[in-house]
Design a protein around this ligand. Structure first.
Ligand code: ADP
Length: 163
């Protein structure tokens, strides 16, 4: 069984992430989307549990996609889950340098682990979770940026109506 891991912050999941999830899920028997929790990083807008919950709702109809969270090194997480591939989405050239460096480090840590890059869907090339949060702050329509299942939740959190 071929398992791949798609790691990230997903704070919150965007249509750019979802596009990568759907395309990667077609290539593997199982795709684990893993919210990586890094204690060195600022806490983020949503808690890891909330991010997992949003991802679960958004991926509900994708039978071979599982959602998880972890504070381990991604190379160790992959080993524990017998995954041979990490999935990374590439937007602009700016993603490339950092991601290639990470791919080399991860392979050094876990020689059975390779990284597969998927180019961003053309509509999502400039989309990031930070852009979504910025748009929501200005009351922009989020329907081109995040899955519809989570639009209200993102708006409510950012505009202080919840949590
Ligand atoms: P961000 O906060 O920048 O959205 P994440 O850590 O949540 O980043 O991203 C996880 C992974 O998803 C990374 O591999 C990142 O390059 C990729 N990714 C993020 N946004 C997009 C997008 N719009 N299109 C393709 N890949 C993306």
């Amino acid at each position: 069984m071929k398992t791949a891991i798609y790691p990230g912050s997903f704070d919150p999941v965007t249509l750019g992430h979802l596009n990568i999830i759907k395309r990667a899920a077609r290539c593997f028997d199982k795709l684990i989307v893993c919210v990586m929790v890094n204690s060195e990083k600022p806490a983020g807008m949503f808690t890891p549990d909330e991010r997992v919950d949003m991802l679960r709702r958004v991926c509900e109809k994708l039978p071979n996609v599982e959602i998880d969270q972890s504070s381990s090194l991604v190379a160790d997480y992959a080993r524990e889950h017998r995954a041979c591939t990490l999935i990374k989405g590439l937007r602009a050239v700016s993603d490339y340098e950092k991601e290639v460096q990470m791919a080399l480090i991860n392979r050094q840590l876990n020689p059975r682990l390779d990284t597969m890059f998927l180019p961003s869907g053309p509509k999502y090339n400039h989309l990031s979770s930070s852009v979504v949060k910025e748009m929501a702050r200005y009351g922009a329509d989020l329907s081109d940026f995040v899955p519809r299942e989570i639009i209200d939740e993102v708006n409510d959190r950012i505009n202080g109506r919840n949590g």
